[in-house]
Design a binder for this molecule. Structure first.
Ligand SMILES: [Zn+2]
Length: 248
């Protein structure tokens, strides 16, 4: 049995028995973890309000070998999102990011870049709720990138030519991006505007991207949303959905 302490973002909770909860977190030092918080639904308990979804906490827990569920011992709030709990669009956006993190993150594998990216996106939405949609697009692209599913966007996967001023590039069914000549115009066209948005995400923070994307056209934003939806759909279709039976 090992006791460990980590910073973590609460993603989802499930009631268990009369007074307990199962809590799913993305943690800095152990990646995606699921744990039982005993007695946390009792009126007075040591966890207080720290296990509400999207709260950033400092967590102490016990991990038993060969057990998927760990045991939460103590947690303290580092940052609460309670002030946003009445904002339905934001909560929906937070839940969406939380669900994707649960779907994409292999359990018990720390990924510091993913952790920091997710935190920055939650923070950007909390700071500037109006940029929610753009930050969600940023989150989707970076999640794909950090988990190794984002195609190369800088050059054609066949002829290696650097993309520059093309009217469009083409995403094939094999998730590779090609120039017009190599693709023969087949696949999902990624317009110049959307390609530029994707490239700018690689350099910017979510907050800066959200700000810059205010200038983008409605069409480009819609096209980007559809492209991301398609890329994520293809990945999830071929990914095993690892869920312990207790939280299914
Ligand atoms: Zn080519």
């Amino acid at each position: 049995m090992a006791l460990f302490e980590t910073e973590a973002l609460v993603l989802r909770t499930y009631n268990l028995a009369e007074a307990d909860k199962i809590v799913v977190c993305l943690s800095r030092s152990a990646g995606l973890i699921r744990g039982v918080a005993k007695g946390c639904r009792k009126l007075r308990n040591r966890f207080g309000a720290s296990l509400e979804p999207f709260t950033l906490i400092n967590l102490t827990c016990y991990e038993k070998e060969h057990q998927d569920l760990i045991s939460f011992r103590q947690s303290e709030i580092l940052k609460s999102r309670f002030n946003l709990s009445s904002n339905a669009p934001i909560l929906t956006g937070f839940s969406y990011m939380g669900d994707l993190l649960i779907d994409f993150s292999p359990p018990h594998q720390a990924n510091d870049n993913l952790y920091r990216m997710a935190l920055a996106c939650f923070e950007a939405v909390a700071e500037t709720p109006d940029d929610l949609e753009s930050v969600l697009r940023y989150f989707e692209v970076w999640l794909l990138k950090l988990e190794g599913f984002l195609p190369e966007l800088r050059n054609c996967s066949d002829c290696q030519k650097s993309f520059g001023a093309e009217a469009a590039v083409y995403l094939g069914k094999d998730q590779a991006v090609r120039c017009f000549e190599c693709s023969g115009g087949r696949g999902t066209a990624i317009s110049k505007g959307v390609h530029a948005l994707l490239r700018s995400m690689e350099k910017e923070s979510p907050a800066k991207f959200g700000e810059a994307a205010r200038e983008a056209s409605k069409n480009a934003k819609r096209e980007l949303a559809e492209l991301n939806f398609q890329m994520i759909g293809r990945v999830l279709e071929r990914m095993p959905r690892i869920r312990p039976a207790s939280v299914r």
